[in-house]
Design a protein around this ligand. Structure first.
Ligand SMILES: Nc1ncnc2c1ncn2[C@@H]1O[C@H](COP(=O)(O)OP(=O)(O)O)[C@@H](O)[C@H]1O
Ligand SMILES: [Mg+2]
Length: 266
């Protein structure tokens, strides 16, 4: 077979040769920042296998807010733990910017968790003995020696204050969690998740424990972080009206995402 390039007139540059054109030239959109494909996960309970995720596919488009919606017990938090590499799937693949993370080395997974993603939860997970600003500082202290932290603590504190300011909570910096409202605790948790400048935020029921109005304020804050700071967000929720505010929506039912069929057990 003759290469197409051999038929090109000598004065045309090689770029006109269809054989030499990069295959990706037609792709304009950036690839999804996060992809999960064919995810299965079971828990072991008294020698019984309890299947929780039974075929989950997910794509989180760069620069968007993606919602994953499903009823309580459908496996959303289980999925979120896998996406955050806090647990590993039984089968399937999870990719961050095209790279496998589900089977990455421990060091790579630590780097992914500490640098690439931020995580927030329904129940905030703040440390009760620390003030809001100290809670926000906590991720910066992890993995550093006391001396390394001591050297950088002034900068770290300034950044923590800037993050509290970003979520509209600087005036509560020295308050302990018990002195904060639910919405304020969630803002503190969001500020903490931003501390290491992640590109992707994983939010598990971020408004699940708040009244409707406060929940809306948190949604507005997340939208602002997406629009103004370019943060990509995966928002996991049981609430259709919250999911409807996202740019795209994927549904999970009984551990299966829409369009998938459960694997038949032989
Ligand atoms: N550690 C565990 N051991 C056994 N079963 C679990 C465990 N964690 C979750 N499950 C079960 O998995 C199912 C899905 O739970 P979860 O992922 O928390 O759902 P959701 O977040 O959608 O409410 C539930 O039936 C729950 O009981
Ligand atoms: Mg949950």
């Amino acid at each position: 077979m003759t290469a197409a390039g051999e038929f090109l007139p000598y004065f045309l540059p090689a770029a006109f040769d269809p054989n030499l054109r990069p295959q990706t030239s037609a792709v304009i959109e950036p690839p999804p920042v996060l992809q999960a494909h064919g995810i299965y996960k079971s828990y072991q309970k008294d020698s019984l296998e309890v299947p929780v995720l039974r075929g989950v596919d997910l794509e989180v488009a760069t620069g968007q807010i993606t919602a994953m919606v499903g009823r309580s017990g459908s496996g959303k938090s289980t999925l979120m733990h896998l996406l955050a590499t806090l647990d590993t799937p039984d089968s399937g693949e999870i990719r961050f910017n095209g790279r496998r993370i589900d089977n990455a080395s421990r060091a790579e997974r630590d780097a992914y968790r500490n640098r690439d993603i931020g995580v927030i939860f329904q129940f905030y997970h703040l440390l009760p003995e620390l003030s809001a600003v100290e809670n926000v500082l906590a991720p910066m202290m992890i993995g550093k020696s006391t001396w390394a932290y001591f050297k950088t603590r002034k900068q770290a504190r300034l950044r923590a204050e800037a993050m509290l300011d970003r979520v509209g909570l600087l005036h509560r910096a020295t308050h302990k969690p018990r002195e904060l409202s639910g919405g304020e605790m969630q803002r503190t948790a969001i500020a903490r998740s931003l501390m290491n400048a992640p590109s992707l935020l994983l939010a598990d029921e971020p408004t699940g424990n708040l009244d409707a109005e406060t929940g809306l304020e948190i949604l507005k804050l997340l939208r602002g972080l997406n629009r103004d700071d370019g943060l990509t967000i995966l928002m996991i929720t049981h609430d259709d009206s919250i999911a409807a505010t996202a740019d795209s929506l994927q549904r999970m039912k009984n551990g299966i995402t829409q369009g998938n069929r459960p694997r038949r057990i032989a």
